[in-house]
Design a protein around this ligand. Sequence first.
Ligand SMILES: [Zn+2]
Length: 267
Amino acid sequence: MGDVIESVWLGSKPEPLKSPAAEIVRTLESRRITAVRRVGKHIVFDLELADGVGRAPSPARRRTRLRRPSLRKKAAGGSARPAQESNAQWIVHLGMTGRMVVCEADSETAKHTHLVAKLASGRELRFVDPRRFGRLSVAHGFEAGGSEPLEVKPDHFVSLFHGRKTPIKSALLNQKLLRGVGNIYADESLFRAGIRPRRRAASLTRDDLRRLYPAVREVLREAIALGGSSVSDYVDADGEDCLVCRTPIKRVVIAGRSSHYCPKCQK
Ligand SMILES: [Zn+2]
């Protein structure tokens, strides 16, 4: 898409806002939309700071800066928001009746419009939801740092992997998506979820990901409880056969790392 959000208007109804209004506005304004994907009832917009575009200071602000050099210094050093904020996501949960509309700026505003994002192209993105079960939220830094697996919500977990063309094992190890899932923990989680490590993330169904979510969390929690030692439900002491079905464990290399799986228990 690549359009830049210049400004954001929010309606007065509080229900659709899952993140604070000021944070939504601050996160959306002056951002370029780099990708849009639909994940079930969610629409996720990936946003990056739009350099210069739409960020020229207004005359009023310029005057303020001249009078107050301290502000100017701040503004100069910080064209940038903190690094972890340079990438952000705008997440729209459609609820029952919510919809996103792209239209010309002069087209009539529908009743029950809760957000209008003015785009540099002259168009507008509008969120319309008569029954107000939909939710608008923003999130920061998935690309920069990844989410904390024990804090991430199921829907967001699904959206991290949905549509990715890499093997699910590589995606689990990708620290930009989830933090702290090491090689052995990834193998163990995939075993518990019954998923082969080489399967493309994009080929996993929502149900697969819904099984993987608790598996990853369980494995990490157990690892923490054990003081970081590895946990294994599936490889026996000599590391050869599946503990569940006695099938010899297979080893493959994915993204330069050894992966082990049971060809019978994992599909
Ligand atoms: Zn097995």
